[in-house]
Every structure is written in structure tokens, then in C-alpha cells.
Write a protein that binds this ligand. Structure first.
Ligand code: NZQ
Ligand code: ZN
Length: 385
């Protein structure tokens, strides 16, 4: 096992009806900005519950954080936070709203060009406003981690940032708030969480026994409940398990002391920025082919994955690996996320622009061995047509 630090200060407040407890977690004299998306939180009643729970506090509402939150929109929130002397941020929504709020938290107190936060991956964040979240979409794990992803629309640049200063202080996870999700977003959540586990698990063995078993348990849970979660909108137990699984998939625990890949994510970000595909759609397209292309480097873990996650024991090593990759693709398709570029009306012409952006963003050495080059990404995209 490699050296590691685990730091996670986010308190999780899990279960039905817990939004009512909001006031216990925010100072009575706080000046609060509530940030949300395109209106789903308003329509399904979450926002009213939040407002009621905040009581007499000074509350400023900021609506309109879009999926794949834009730097342009978030900069407007930063201006209001500064002008209105807001001192606490509350994100109500999915990963995009939470990521966007993390950026606002850091940018509001940042001196200089706030885009440099993204250019430097968050390493230049010196302080941030405190924030909390009310999660409405199980997927990203942003509710319990220190990362965010922001897109600059003007240049089609989608970049991640990390800082321990943007961990939410608390996150309220009420599974009933997911009941209004469209099937497409639930499916996206299942696939995103699955790929988060894979990017931390499917590399090479480092004798991290519990991280491996934990990761395999998360994958098997997603396989067990994934289709049901998409089909049964108001099944509390299924939604509760999905919510907690997605949080655990990217809160630092399974990634502690193990090599991490993230090539599928970083290539996927370029596809979203260029062509507007949902985050999880890009992952479903790329992951099976990334595993296929790098099956030599990932050989030992692919065999472990085949046996322990999919119970594949027949055939020789190569046949088992093929079967495990095929199962992975079938699972994504079964929950309803298509796995080919052509399923999204994208053909060969989409590849070079994505490659150009990848190179422009300095993504030249991806993966757990830093050996996934733009050349290999091009091959993966060709395999994905
Ligand atoms: O905008 P509203 O109206 O709220 O609608 C949203 C949005 O259209 C809707 N929605 C959310 N909760 C709902 C709901 N609709 C009905 N009922 C509800 N309860 O769902 C749509 C998608 O929301 P979004 O927040 O964009 O989805 P998701 O949670 O999948 O977040 C995706 C973003 O997270 C980033 C992605 O790159 C992408 O920008 N990621 C963040 C990570 C992190 N911080 O650790 C890691 C991930 O790998 C990912 O990159
Ligand atoms: Zn993701």
C-alpha cells in the first residue's frame, strides 16, 4: 500500500426529513446564499423546505447554475456574495450546483483573476467561505469531497480543481429528494459512481486489501440496484442505497493508498465541453475501450475484477478479461446509458477537436502510470465510434 493521508471534515446528515435540521448547522446570524440550478429544487418542494428551515436568517437566493456549471454564471454569484457580504453558502442540487458553490466559496475570497483557480487546479486557494449542501442527485460524490469541475463557455474549457478548504461542512442526504429525478439522471448517477470506483480500483495491485474489497462491494451494490433505481422512482430503500454508495465512491476512502487512473474522466470532460454530452455518457463511452486498450497494464486487476465482481471463472485469462469488459458495457446499457459515440450522433469528425483541446489543456500523460498519451486517447475514441 502507498503512503496516504485521509482528511474528510464533511458531516453527513442522512435520511428522510432531515432538511428540517438545517438551522442546527448554520450560525443564527449567518448571511446565507442559497445556490441552486434550473428549477428542479423549486418544483419538487426542496427549496421551500430549505427556506423554512433557515428561518429569520438573511437569505440571498441564486438560481440558474447549469449542468456542467459555467465560470460565467458562477462569476455573477461571486459578485453578489461580495456585495451582500454573504458569509455562508448553501448548495441545493446535484453535482453541478455543489461544484459551482465550491468555486464561488473560493473565488469570493480570492484576490486576482479567479480563472487562475481552475488553471492551477485549486492549489492557489488560500481561503474559502464555509458551505453546506442539500443533495438532490446521487452521482458525483461532490457532497463529501474537496473537488469541483467548472466550464468556461467562451473557450469550451472544462477543468477540475481541488482544495481541502472547499469540503462542505455538512451535507444533507434525503433520498426522497431524488424521487423527481428523470430516469436519465438516475442512470447517469449509477454510471458516474461506478466509474469513480473503477478509476480508483482498476489500476494495478498494491496489496491494499480493504480498499479492494470495499471498491468491489460498491461496484456489486451498483450492479444489484442500478436498474431498479432507474425504474422505481419512489423506492426509498433502493434510492437510499444508491445515494450512500455514490457518496462513498468518491469521498477519499477507497482511493487512500492506491494508484488512481482518471484518464476516462479527463478525456470525457473534453467530450462534454465540445459536444455537450452528459458527464456520465462520456464515461460510458470511454471506459470500456480504455480498459480494452490498456488491458496489459491492468491485467492483474482486470482478472480480479472479472472474478470478484462478475463471478467470471470460465475460460483463459484473456477470455475472462473480455467477458468482464463486455459485462461492464452491458451494465451501462442496461441502466440506460448508451456506450457508443454514434449513439449520440457523433462520428469520426468529432475526434480531432477533442484531441486538440486535450493537448491545449496539457493532458498529455494520463492514467496511473502517466503513460496514456493523446495518441492513445485518439485510439480509444476511434474504438468508441
Ligand atoms: O438544474 P436543475 O433544475 O436542478 O436540474 C438538474 C439538472 O438538469 C437535474 N436534477 C437534479 N436534482 C434533481 C433534478 N431533477 C429533478 N429532480 C431532482 N431531485 O439533474 C440535471 C443534472 O444535474 P447535475 O448536477 O448536472 O448532475 P450531476 O450530479 O451528475 O453533476 C454533474 C457534474 O459534476 C461534475 C461533472 O463533471 C458535471 O459537471 N463532477 C464532479 C465531481 C466532483 N465534484 O467530485 C466528480 C465527477 O466525476 C464529475 O466530474
Ligand atoms: Zn464522474
Amino acid at each position: 500500500m502507498q503512503k496516504f493521508n485521509v482528511y474528510n471534515p464533511t458531516q453527513i446528515i442522512f435520511g428522510e426529513g432531515r432538511i428540517a435540521e438545517l438551522a442546527e448547522h448554520i450560525a443564527a446570524d449567518a448571511r446565507v446564499m442559497v445556490l441552486y440550478g434550473g428549477g428542479s429544487a423549486e418544483r419538487n418542494g426542496t427549496l421551500v423546505e430549505v427556506k423554512n428551515a433557515l428561518g429569520a436568517r438573511h437569505v440571498q437566493m441564486f438560481a440558474g447554475i447549469e449542468p456542467n456549471p459555467s465560470y460565467e454564471t458562477l462569476s455573477k454569484a461571486v459578485d453578489i456574495v461580495r456585495a451582500d457580504k454573504i458569509d455562508f453558502l448553501l448548495a441545493v442540487g446535484g453535482g453541478s450546483v455543489i461544484d459551482g458553490t465550491k468555486f464561488v466559496a473560493a473565488a469570493a475570497l480570492f484576490e486576482g483573476d479567479t480563472w487562475s483557480i481552475l488553471q492551477q487546479g485549486g492549489t492557489n486557494i488560500k481561503q474559502a467561505l464555509p458551505m453546506g449542501t442539500v443533495l438532490t442527485l446521487p452521482a458525483t460524490g461532490s457532497e463529501m469531497n474537496n473537488g469541483g469541475v467548472v466550464t468556461r463557455l467562451a473557450t469550451k474549457t472544462k477543468l477540475p480543481f481541488h482544495s481541502n478548504l472547499v469540503f462542505p461542512q455538512f451535507s444533507i442526504l434525503d433520498p426522497t429528494k431524488t424521487y423527481t429525478l428523470p430516469a436519465r439522471q438516475v442512470a447517469n448517477g449509477v454510471v458516474d459512481a461506478y466509474v469513480h470506483v473503477m478509476e480508483q480500483y482498476l489500476t494495478y495491485p498494491v496489496n491494499a486489501l480493504v480498499q479492494d474489497r470495499f471498491a468491489e462491494g460498491l461496484l456489486q451494490t451498483l450492479i444489484e440496484i442500478g436498474e431498479q433505481a432507474v425504474q422505481e422512482a419512489d423506492n426509498y430503500n433502493v434510492r437510499a442505497n444508491l445515494m450512500w454508495t455514490a457518496t462513498l465512491a468518491l469521498n477519499g476512502l477507497i482511493g487512500a493508498g492506491v494508484p488512481q487512473d482518471w484518464s476516462t474522466h479527463l478525456l470525457g470532460h473534453e467530450l462534454t465541453a465540445q459536444y455537450g454530452l452528459d458527464h456520465a455518457q462520456t464515461l460510458a463511452i470511454i471506459l470500456p475501450n480504455m480498459l480494452q486498450l490498456r488491458r496489459k497494464e491492468k491485467h492483474a486487476k482486470l482478472l480480479q475484477y472479472a472474478q470478484r465482481v462478475w463471478n467470471i471463472t470460465d475460460g483463459n485469462d484473456e477470455q475472462r478479461i473480455d467477458a468482464a469488459i463486455a459485462k461492464t458495457r452491458e451494465f451501462f446499457e442496461a441502466v440506460g446509458v448508451r456506450t457508443r459515440l454514434s449513439d449520440y450522433q457523433l462520428g469520426e469528425e468529432c475526434i480531432e477537436p477533442v484531441l486538440a483541446q486535450l493537448q491545449a489543456h496539457g493532458m498529455l500523460q494520463l492514467g496511473e502510470h502517466q503513460d496514456v498519451t493523446p495518441e492513445q486517447c485518439r485510439t480509444v475514441l476511434h474504438m468508441s465510434l
